[in-house]
Design a protein around this ligand. Structure first.
Ligand code: ACO
Length: 379
């Protein structure tokens, strides 16, 4: 534990909050969400149910799951003002359009500054239901097409793909996206969640906190990695070129995207969940199969190259490596990947905002002053 007043770069190892939402064990490679291991949860409950687990502290009973799905489905439509803003931002990256649109999602709240538990829960449901609608509308508008209104009879993942492509997706693809969103729903005190909690700790509202979190997520050291992972695989082309390609990246002083983690010193457990999901999706499709086989091989080579590059640093595969494959197989393109991440993580951010509001403790660290002192004005 750092002592009071001690400088801890990047807050590494500092325990800033207590939470009942999720736990990351970086030594053992375990992730617990609301009491369940990620392997137990992802793919076995729907994303909507996993969100409810975080918000309510328990999974909904089987007979309540359909009512929950319907309740969230009824909240999917976005206001004309939000749509207008997405039109204006149609040539901006999807994550920027989402950040701008997110701010407008408080427009239909009668008391936007109400941070009571009931008001927070209502906003959490709205934001989680509407993020996919925003990203899908942006996907359509930037291609010169009209947005497709949401369908209330579909699950969240199937409806998202329907709003982007205009067709009800194959159940396996919808299931893969649903599994992806559950896999990334929450992850301890990561940078974007911390950003949300800092904002919420000032008693600011949930929409403000989540808008800040979107901004934190987009950076390439956090959620912005899977787009570059796909670019890397495309550039490497074949397994025999991987070692030279990776070594050249490191020699140029660049990082290998999809590897390394502040907390995990072993393979990120979400990487295996998503590798399996990607493998299922790759099964029937030759192009995806080839990419999947290449990814497996590049992963092995990268682990060995990184071990040589930083011996003992334990730079292992993180969640973003196989995220790239799952989202690409679902028909999405690299610059959309981080916005897709946000559509899953938003449920976790909202849960943390609720928890922070209930704890009601301002987060306010200190800084170590390195600047000059005692200067005087000689005018
Ligand atoms: N490739 C090459 N070198 C790396 C990598 C990598 N992927 N990751 C870390 N290193 C090196 C660093 O350059 C550093 O070297 P130095 O000590 O000579 O400066 C050393 O390993 C330690 O790295 P840190 O930056 O201290 O580790 P940190 O805990 O801050 O970084 C991070 C974690 C940001 C994820 C890092 O591993 C990274 O940049 N990875 C690539 C980007 C990525 O995949 N991001 C997604 C993370 S998962 C998520 O947020 C959802």
């Amino acid at each position: 534990m750092p002592e009071t007043g001690q400088f801890v770069p990047g807050l590494e190892g500092v325990v800033a909050v207590q939470t009942k939402l999720s736990h990351v064990d970086g030594q053992k490679g375990k992730l617990i969400i609301g009491g369940y291991s990620i392997e137990e949860l992802a793919g076995k409950v729907s994303f909507e149910e996993a969100a409810d687990l975080l918000w309510m502290g328990a999974l909904p009973a089987a007979e309540d799951a359909e009512a929950l799905r319907k309740e969230l489905a009824a909240l999917r439509t976005i206001r004309p003002e939000t749509l207008e803003l997405i039109k204006i931002a149609r040539h901006s990256p999807p994550i920027d359009a989402l950040r701008m649109a997110c701010s407008t999602l408080s427009l239909d709240l009668s008391k936007p500054n109400d941070i009571s538990p009931a008001a927070d829960l209502a906003v959490a449901k709205r934001l989680t239901a509407r993020f996919p609608t925003v990203v899908a509308a942006h996907a359509r508008l930037r291609q010169g097409h009209e947005p497709i209104p949401p369908r209330a009879d579909l699950g969240m993942a199937a409806n998202f793909l329907y709003m982007v492509f205009g067709e009800v997706p194959h159940p396996a693809v919808a299931k893969a996206l649903d599994t992806y969103w559950t896999t990334v729903i929450d992850h301890g005190m990561n940078a974007s969640t911390f950003a949300a909690r800092v904002i919420a700790s000032t008693r600011s509202d949930m929409v403000s906190a989540v808008t800040g979190a979107v901004g934190a997520l987009k950076g390439p050291l956090h959620g912005g990695a899977p787009g570059p992972v796909l670019d890397m695989l495309v550039d490497i082309q074949s397994a025999d070129r991987a070692e030279a390609w990776l070594k050249n990246e490191l020699a140029e002083g660049r990082r290998i995207m999809g590897f390394g983690h502040r907390v995990y010193k072993v393979r990120d457990p979400r990487a295996e969940v998503l590798a399996q999901t990607a493998e299922v999706l790759a099964g029937a499709d030759l192009r995806n199969r080839k990419l999947y086989d290449l990814a497996r091989s590049v992963e092995k080579t990268a682990l060995h190259v990184l071990d040589e590059h930083k011996p003992g640093r334990n730079l292992k595969t993180n969640v973003e490596f196989y995220t790239a494959l799952v989202l690409q197989s679902a028909g999405l393109v690299p610059d959309q990947f981080v916005a897709m991440f946000a559509c899953g993580r938003v449920a976790g951010w909202c849960a943390h905002v609720m928890e922070q509001h209930s704890q009601d403790r301002l987060i306010r660290p200190q800084s170590q002053y390195l600047g000059p002192q005692g200067l005087s004005i000689s005018r």
